[in-house]
Design a protein around this ligand. Structure first.
Ligand SMILES: Cc1cc2nc3c(=O)[nH]c(=O)nc-3n(C[C@H](O)[C@H](O)[C@H](O)COP(=O)(O)OP(=O)(O)OC[C@H]3O[C@@H](n4cnc5c(N)ncnc54)[C@H](O)[C@@H]3O)c2cc1C
Ligand code: SF4
Length: 496
């Protein structure tokens, strides 16, 4: 413990965000550049180095949080970087994007604001890049064994990096034209600038990982043929099959899935398009779905210059404090959280219909209506009770000429035919079935990430990628793998 009185003398201080008026006029990350380093030593020193660190348990990667908190507090960035990278291939991704279940599990959070663990992680990762601690680590010798990883999201990338460093020859197949999965064409630039992703891909290339973008396995290459060309295959194709809104008017023009809308905004940032064909500029936007994907649509629509943006959440508004009975520490509680996008919508009064930020809680869509040309113009909704039953007298109509559906994802997209060509078995809910060793029913074929776990988080995807790499390594070498396996396929988040 760097400072035995740390949390007694230093209050929690978060990485400040840039002013709303400034940041909605660009697409850069919302945090103030350079403002983290001056405060982070004191913040890391708030850690009590608990005998049983629940933060460490709450992180699927098993990040060695008290260790690197102490190293940062002592200004030993080199060793902090080594300890962080010992458990996490891409800490600058989680340091920006993780919802930080570790902070919900921090012992300090029992009666104090938690340690800013995610900010410490991000500071170490960024400093590591600045100081050159992230040099490529190519293997000393090659095993002569080959692996095809299908899908280049965080699960596929983590698996590929672990297996390449272990000496196997790895090729990553990706159906999109660029590598990165949802980190590339999903998560907006203002949450994580793509330069962080590009830098890691460059590091991986230098280590020997090969990338095959614009190649859909099942469509462009037969999956069975791919299997026969490699000693092992890892399916990490994500869970991109979206859920539908089954209400009258769904077929109207101007009603789109979030994952039709967000990638186009990403492509504008990449320079592929002058403007998004689905741009929210000047339009009344309603986002159906209260989760993070909806919040990403919200921040994007605000930056595109929407006339108004409202987000509908079917759940009632949660309280601001943890329900100690229902969701006790150290579980991850459902509380009211004001994301950067919600803060922007609140301050700019983007949703005249909503009271606080852009959200209408306990709201369910009844139908969509349009104009004579078949374009959506209004969304009709009702308030609902806790069992989602409509409450009489609460119907209202919102102007809507762009409706974005952010209702979650049911499992992997089967249109490419990959699963059928390989003959892998699926779970009843559509995810890829696997055993306790991440292996599917087809010999030599493994599955990881959202494709097998179902819709989840980046930290879980990286943990899955690391764990599947250990399983594949053991399969290829015939002996237990020295690679770390932070989770098993049936581990789940600490929730009630
Ligand atoms: C809009 C959005 C925002 C999110 N924001 C966050 C966040 O802030 N924090 C967080 O923790 N989580 C977030 N998530 C969830 C997180 O992004 C996912 O859990 C994570 O990316 C899953 O990783 P993955 O590697 O399993 O799959 P993915 O990232 O989905 O990658 C799978 C890849 O496989 C490719 N693929 C699919 N089929 C084939 C095929 N046949 N051949 C070749 N390639 C194929 C796909 O094109 C894709 O690139 C968000 C999700 C969405 C949709
Ligand atoms: S990856 Fe997520 S859960 Fe793990 S230490 Fe970082 S912020 Fe916390």
């Amino acid at each position: 413990m760097a400072d035995p009185k740390g949390f007694l003398t230093t209050p929690r201080e978060d990485w400040p965000r840039r002013p709303v008026e400034e940041r909605v006029r660009d697409w850069r990350e919302v945090a103030v550049p350079g403002a983290l380093l001056p405060i982070i030593g004191g913040q890391a020193a708030r850690c009590m180095d608990c005998g049983v660190p629940f933060c460490h348990e709450a992180c699927p990667l098993g990040n060695l949080i008290p260790e690197w908190n102490e190293l940062v507090a002592r200004d030993d960035w080199r060793r902090a970087s080594d300890r962080l990278h010992a458990t996490n291939n891409f800490p600058e991704f989680t340091g920006r994007l993780c919802p930080a279940p570790c902070e919900a599990g921090c012992v300090l959070a029992i009666n104090q604001p938690a340690v800013t663990i995610k900010n410490v992680e991000c500071a170490i990762a960024d400093r590591a890049w600045e100081e050159g601690y992230t040099a490529p680590r190519p293997p000393e010798r090659l095993s002569g064994r080959t692996v095809a990883v299908i899908g280049s999201g965080p699960a596929g990338l983590a698996a590929a990096q672990q297996l390449t460093r272990a000496g196997h020859t790895v090729a990553v197949y990706e159906r999109d034209d660029r590598i990165g999965g949802l980190l590339r064409y999903g998560i907006p630039e203002f949450k994580m600038e793509k330069r962080h992703l590009d830098r890691r891909i460059k590091q991986m290339r230098a280590e020997g990982t090969r990338f095959r973008p614009a190649t859909a396995v099942g469509r462009d290459i037969d999956a069975g043929e791919l299997r026969s060309r490699y000693d092992a295959v890892v399916i990490a194709t994500g869970a991109t099959a979206w859920r539908e809104l089954e209400v009258p008017g769904r077929e109207l023009a101007g009603v789109h899935q979030a994952m039709e809308y967000l990638p186009l905004a990403n492509r504008v940032r990449e320079g592929d398009l002058e403007a998004s064909p689905l741009s929210a500029a000047g339009r009344h936007v309603v986002i159906v779905g209260g989760g993070d994907t909806g919040a990403d649509c919200l921040g994007t629509a605000v930056r595109e210059g929407a006339a108004s943006v409202t987000q509908l959440d079917i759940y009632a508004q949660p309280g601001t404090a943890r329900d100690e009975e229902g969701e006790p520490w150290p579980t991850y509680p459902r509380v009211y959280r004001l994301s950067a996008a919600h803060e922007e919508a609140r301050d700019l009064r983007s949703a005249p219909a909503a009271d606080a930020d852009a959200r209408l809680f306990a709201a369910s869509t009844l139908r969509l209506t349009g104009d004579a040309a078949g374009h959506v113009r209004s969304l009709h909704l009702t308030g609902v009770d806790a069992r989602r039953r409509p409450l009489p007298g609460t119907e209202r109509t919102l102007p809507a000429d762009l409706v974005l559906l952010a209702l979650g994802f049911s499992g992997p997209d089967r249109a490419d035919g990959l699963a059928d060509q390989l003959g892998v078995e699926l779970e009843p809910r559509g995810t890829i079935a696997r055993d306790a060793g991440f292996a599917t029913n087809v010999p030599g074929v493994f599955a990881a990430g959202d494709a097998a776990r179902g819709q989840s988080l980046i930290v879980w995807a990286i943990a899955e990628g690391r764990a599947v790499a250990a399983a594949v390594d053991a399969h290829l070498t015939g002996v237990p793998s020295p690679l770390p396996a932070p989770i098993g396929p049936y581990d789940r988040p600490m929730t009630v």
